[in-house]
Design a protein around this ligand. Structure first.
Ligand code: AMP
Length: 939
């Protein structure tokens, strides 16, 4: 029935020549609303073959193309049942042919030959069969218009077209790109893939380079396997193509203008990449296997987590390579790489193509780890974009011992997550190195042109178990029966080149022998390796300083006032919201000395003073522009037109750069990104702010694996500052504690600083100290909430100007030390509760000492303060946090060391609790009152 309707439609004069434009209009209306056309036309359009999963829009594009062509052909484009050779057929089959092309573009990857082991069970895709489109091999000789199929000709016989479609979309490459809605990108990819039928010609030299890459990958693993049998090396074998692939990518990137490449990868194949791509000296690696180590790296790390830096010669000049140090936590290094790239790009102030991020993922990890989603989500945002990342999945089809797809993921491909940003995905059979090289070049070109992420799914296998001591047959018996019989990639490609007459067997053998000899010799085996030239950042000024390195942070009051003027100025037409306006009026009064400074103003002044001195600042976090608690207002929103203005960017001509971004709602990837940024850029105050301090636990892996231990493990300095709002104000378990105890528990080796500033002058000087002092160590700050507006938490311009962060603050009231019978030590907001209550009590026998830096513990400054109270034997540590939390357990040994010999130290605070805080305000108030009383009551 439908067939006859179609035929009638095509036979009708409406379809002839110019009337096709009219039909196109009708079709367009139908696409928007099927009811808008007559029943007859609706029936005709309804009868067009559908391709499963294909959006109407795309069907529409092809059909429209065809209508346009018909219109251009004029009246001759009538149905012709007996086509003249070479003249396109114009009957109802034409549309079906266009649908067939579309089907291959959408679903060809499902029939592609991707798995080197041939184990993948591919479902039969009917859309890729002629019969689904009411076509058959009887139509093979008929010539059809091929629409936008970018083969370089307008028409082809169906036989030729079908072959070409299969070759293009169902060979060693499975291209997924039809989910991209941007027509330019889609057309560009089609053009690139279809014009060479996904199989470009490679020159003899290129082929030999690929073979040598595979030889190196294979030779390296065999060598390690025989020299260090049973030692863990997380062999690349099976995914050998990664080595020529990376070299190809770097070479082409360099040719296209890239100057730096930052790579993140997990342990699998890392030793191979270190030696065969980055040019690490094999003898150094062998020494590491033999147990030798570099003492300069402190605690050190296992060799398959090591980073490396080198230069690599390319046709466009030398490219600097940096392989990021990496913990065992899969995927977490990727945002670190992106942060590092962002810092390098900003330093170059250049086109994003000058620095290329490459992240290498495992198939189970890319689908399993949530941080991957976070990085995709960040990839196009203002604060985190890096011009696209080339993401390579080493898809060996097993995650440790889990291989069944129904156990590892709920998606067809491990790469489906990438579709959330409409990234093109190229699945490729890793036993076909030329196909791998083709998609690698395509991915790079796409990334550079469209500045977006792109994914290569390198489908391979793992020749051994998870590591070399493992027995894979225990869990993957069928797969490993196959693996055992499967020739190595080098041999497959060597045989192919021999069959093509490109080389002879003896050439292939010679390459292998030469590679082994080079390893025996122990020298660098990467021809392109070059010694690192002078780097754009010199870390040497930051090496070897401890936290108490003297520095000059003083600044004049006049300067502060001038900065304050600039900070409170904005263009006349920039209409502020009334509360913000009031705050800015107050700030003006603070500048003139009429009012004391509050936290927000002091913090902004710290930034202003730094950019004025030419320092750069980057701050990201949850609602950082305004500040979670309405205190910062560094970004002013014009109430008239929504435009924004940052006074901090307008302090003076030629000032340092400052960027403040509200981050995506993530902690893990954002923190890791900022770690990457700060480890690549020492000349910038880099700050990450949590909305509430305990949200930082969403980034626990970054604190544990990178921030606390990166310097000890890898010798990498990092000056990242973290502002973590903390304080017990009756807001319940989730919004009270930044989990101070966790940070204190990780303190050792002066790995980082933990500060609890209690005044605006202190935050001003703490932030400045972090940059002005040459030391670069992470700074964990318990930052305030209610203190932001506490009437006692104010400072004078003079206090700011002093330029010194006080690690310990002694008693401020006029209390004679001789009268003191008890000293209460504390940190943070509870100080003001204690002060207030003591004043109310009119007590003069209790002194209150604030510890503003809990780690590294300021013994010397503490000793000076304690000296005034050397006669006091009753010392108390007071805290708001429950006894098992806060500083009591982790810092007690420091407190004991600080107090006079023979004195006793007791605790005043909440009882131990499994929850950080109570949920009921009334209970909170009772507890707070009790702990303050307890601290002030001398028994
Ligand atoms: P990269 O650009 O990351 O390859 O770094 C080049 C060189 O700079 C490294 O080999 C180190 O010597 C030094 N370097 C880079 N980052 C750091 C850091 N965070 N701390 C100390 N030195 C670094």
């Amino acid at each position: 029935m439908q067939e006859s309707v179609m035929k009638a439609w095509w036979d009708s004069s409406h379809m002839a020549g110019a009337n096709a434009a009219y039909v196109e209009e009708l079709y367009e209306s139908y696409m928007e609303d099927p009811q808008s056309v007559s029943d007859t036309w609706r029936q005709i359009f309804d009868s067009l073959p559908k391709v499963e999963g294909v959006e109407l829009e795309t069907n529409h594009t092809s059909v429209k193309d065809q209508f346009r062509k018909l219109a251009a052909l004029g009246p001759t484009a009538r149905m012709s049942s007996a086509p003249v050779e070479g003249t396109p057929v114009s009957d109802d089959r034409q549309v079906k042919v266009l649908q067939l092309i579309n089907a291959f573009r959408f679903r060809g990857h499902q029939h592609a030959n991707l798995d080197p082991l041939g184990l993948w069970k591919q479902e039969r895709v009917r859309d890729l069969e002629l019969s689904h489109h009411n076509l058959s091999d009887k139509d093979f000789d008929s010539v059809f218009n091929v629409g936008s199929f970018a083969i370089g000709k307008d028409s082809m016989s169906l036989g030729e077209l079908f072959k070409s479609l299969n070759r293009t979309y169902c060979g060693s490459i499975g291209a997924e790109y039809m989910h991209i809605t941007d027509t330019d990108q889609k057309r560009w990819l089609q053009q690139k893939i279809e014009s060479v039928q996904a199989k470009p010609e490679f020159s003899k030299d290129e082929k030999l380079t690929l073979l040598k890459g595979l030889t190196a990958a294979d030779g390296m693993e065999k060598y390690l396997g025989s020299k260090f049998p049973g030692a863990k090396r997380f062999s690349l074998e099976g995914g050998d193509a990664l080595v020529p692939m990376l070299k190809n990518l770097i070479t082409n990137a360099g040719a296209a203008g890239t100057k730096e490449v930052v790579i993140g990868m997990a342990h699998r194949g890392r030793l191979n990449v270190l030696v065969n791509v980055l040019g690490k000296n094999p003898s150094v690696l062998f020494d590491e296997f033999a147990g030798k180590h570099d003492d300069s790296l402190g605690a050190g790390d296992v060799k398959y987590h090591a980073g490396f830096s080198s230069d690599f010669a390319t046709p466009g000049g030398n490219v600097h390579l940096a392989l990021a140090f990496n913990p065992s936590h899969l995927e977490i290094v990727n945002p670190v790489v992106m942060g590092s790239v962002r810092a390098r790009l900003e330093r170059r102030n250049d086109d994003t193509n000058t620095v290329l991020p490459i992240t290498i993922h495992g198939d189970s990890a890319i689908a399993g780890q949530g941080v991957v989603q976070e990085t995709f989500n960040m990839s196009q945002t203002r604060g985190f974009a890096v011009g696209g990342t080339v993401r390579i999945v080493v898809n060996n089809q097993v995650g440790f011992t889990t291989s069944k797809t129904e156990d590892t993921r709920s998606t067809q491909y491990c790469t489906d997550i990438a579709k959330m940003v409409q990234a093109p995905i190229f699945h490729v059979n890793s036993d076909d190195p030329e196909a791998v090289a083709f998609v690698t070049q395509l991915a790079l070109e796409y990334r550079n042109k469209f500045k977006r992420d792109v994914v290569i799914d390198l489908v391979c296998y793992r020749r051994h178990g998870h590591n070399e001591a493992d027995e894979p047959n225990a869990t993957q018996p069928l797969m490993y029966q196959k693996v055992k019989k499967h020739p190595v990639p080098r041999a497959i490609y060597a045989d192919q080149l021999i069959a093509e007459g490109v080389i002879e067997q003896r050439d292939a053998d010679r390459y292998l022998e030469e590679y082994r000899a080079a390893l025996d010799h122990g020298a660098c085996v990467v021809e392109e390796w070059r010694p690192m030239t002078k780097h754009s950042v010199d870390w040497s000024p930051y090496l070897g300083h401890d936290w108490d390195t003297p520095y000059d942070g003083a600044i004049s009051v006049e300067k502060l006032q001038a900065l304050g003027e600039a900070l409170t100025s904005f263009p006349e037409g920039h209409k502020l919201q009334s509360r913000v306006n009031k705050l800015y009026q107050d700030r003006k009064a603070m500048v003139s000395g009429e009012k004391k400074l509050d936290w927000g103003m002091a913090e902004n002044l710290a930034y202003a003073s730094l950019v004025d001195a030419g320092e750069d600042i980057r701050m990201t976090g949850q609602d950082s522009g305004r500040g979670t608690f309405f205190h910062r207002h560094a970004v002013l929103h014009n109430q008239a037109d929504g435009s924004t203005y940052m006074p901090l960017q307008n302090i003076r001509e030629g000032q340092g750069e400052i960027e403040i971004y509200d981050s995506v709602l993530s902690e893990e990837a954002v923190m890791a990104f900022e770690y990457g940024y700060a480890t690549a850029e020492p000349e910038c105050l880099t700050i990450w702010e949590a909305q509430f301090g305990d949200f930082a636990n969403g980034a626990q892996v970054v604190f544990d694996q990178f921030l606390s231990s990166g310097e000890a493990k890898w010798g990498r300095l990092c000056g990242l500052t973290m502002l973590l709002p903390h304080g017990y104000e009756g807001q319940g378990p989730e919004h009270s504690s930044a989990r101070l105890e966790r940070f204190l528990q990780m303190c050792a080796d002066h790995n980082w600083q933990v500060c609890v500033p209690s005044t605006p002058a202190q935050v001003f000087n703490m932030l400045r100290r972090q940059v002005v002092r040459p030391m670069r160590k992470p700074l964990i700050v318990m930052s305030p909430k209610s203190l932001l507006r506490h009437p006692l938490a104010t400072s004078s311009l003079e206090e700011l100007a002093e330029g010194k962060f006080h690690n310990v603050i002694s008693e401020i009231d006029d209390i004679n030390p001789k009268d003191v019978k008890r000293v209460v030590m504390c940190s943070g907001k509870v100080y003001y509760d204690l002060l207030d209550q003591r004043r109310k009590n009119e007590q003069t026998d209790v002194a209150i000492v604030r510890l503003e830096q809990l780690y590294p513990f300021p013994q010397e400054e503490c000793a000076k303060v304690v000296a005034q109270y050397s006669h006091v034997t009753d010392w108390v540590w007071c805290q708001e946090e429950p006894q098992n939390q806060g500083a009591w357990y982790c810092s007690q040994h420091h407190f004991w060391q600080a107090i006079p010999d023979g004195a006793k130290l007791t605790y005043a605070g909440r009882e131990a609790s499994s929850s950080p805080a109570v949920g009921y305000v009334s209970v909170h108030n009772q507890q707070q009152k009790a702990l303050v009383e307890d601290a002030l009551t001398i028994k």
